[in-house]
Ligand binder design. Sequence first.
Ligand code: FDA
Length: 501
Amino acid sequence: PAPSSASSDDFLRCLSASIPSELVFTQTSHSFTSVLVSYIRNPRFSTPGTVRPLCIVTPTNASHAQAAVLCGRRHAVRVRVRSGGHDYEGLSYRSVLPDAFAVVDLANLRSVRVNRARATAWVDSGATVGELYHAVAKASGDRLAFPAGLCPTIGVGGHFSGGGFGLLQRKYGIAVDHVIDAVLVDAQGRLLDKEAMGREVFWAIRGGGGESFGIVLSWRVRLVPVPPKVTAFIVPVSIHDGAVDVLTRWQEVGPALPDDLFIRVIVMNGVATFQSLYLGTCDALLPVMRGGFPELGMNRSHCREMSWAESVLYVYVGSGHPIPVTDLLNRTFPMDSSNKATSDYVRQPIGKNVWAEIFGWLAKPDPGIMILDPYGGAISAVPEPATPFPHRGGVLYNIQYMNFWAAGKDGEPNVRWIRDLYAFMAPYVSKKPREAYFNYRDLDLGRNLVVGNVSSYEAGKIWGEKYFKGNYKRLALAKGKIDPDDYFRNEQSIPPLVPRS
Ligand code: FDA
């Protein structure tokens, strides 16, 4: 039940006993809105109708996060955790139902400590992946990297706990494949490392979504070697120049090329743009492309040699101009457009005639874009139960559908476009379950049903098995161990499953 205003006051009093007042922003504080909005990345969830938190706590050390949980438990106020604020449904800072909750915003906890000799790093959840990449590249003289997402502003906390894939996934797998320790505040306010949280919970936070299990404060990760110079290229192919044929072919070669080569595709406005990272020189890349994917017509003039850190920005911005690596540290994010996204996994190549139809969808009014990320290589070699992220062997590629509209405008036609295209795609993508990527969260896939003040395991299957396949049950058992009362919950958190003894 929602707490009464009496318990909200008690909650705030409890916080003030353990957390300096300048780190707590209540709805009446004059900086409340600016602190709330500072990490909202989708203006769709920054409207007068959005359910806002009672207060925002901005810890500067672990004890503040522990105090927020202890006070929340005592006074029946739930907390939601925000790291980078990129959640597609805004669940780190808003609630769908009018519940009273507090946000624990980790933006102040963002140090990165790289140990070059051991090729490891400790990174706090409030760091962005751009800050992590910058620190790793700098400390290693461009010899080490970390395999995670492309957008530099995404927060380590949400990104790692939901999987984390990017340009290095075919060579090295994804972020959670390289997490070797973590520090978690659980629902009892305890501070737990890998040993203390236990095998099942440590497994669960590596892909099962952190918000179900507690507040992950930091992560220890294994870094991976990269050559000091890599090669990036961007090749657009329009529908008039054979985009349908090249894309149809890409589905087979993209996931089968050598693991050093990653070629993703952005499809929009009648153009398929092939964006690539190769872990080697242009001289070495050219014969690989000629032998493996001549249909693309890639040649030396497309090659851009640069450091791995530079390649992240080059491919992310997609502009063709080199960008200084210090831009990886930029935390600002344009707030001019709202968006809606969802995802699919493809296990059988889609026919050429269907691709021609898909280009028709992309030419309708208010169209969005599709981003295709090839699997195969290391990401697909990990067994499904090894981490909660189950989209491994047999996946050819991931599709992300995204539609944008000007902030403040009615996005109904854009949202409808996504839903209609998603329905159209059903015969061509994975089935039983129709798989989806947890970090591309979509509440259309289903929401929790709370029964007797606990999220229902059975009802959660509808979305849980799409994101986690057979790992959903094991996640629910891990949740049952660490948070049987379901204190940490949101619209798509893992429900607790407690075996009857
Ligand atoms: P946010 O802070 O909103 O958190 C997301 C979820 O995790 C929330 O439920 C939150 O409560 C929970 N959470 C956050 N921090 C936590 C913590 N410390 N402990 C426990 N729970 C925590 N993905 C990808 O794999 N590859 C990519 O290249 C991209 N690119 C990309 C670009 C852009 C522009 C966006 C908006 C998103 C992506 N993503 C992505 C998706 C991204 O991985 C996903 O949105 C992450 O959850 C974002 O993490 P944040 O910490 O930024 O989000």
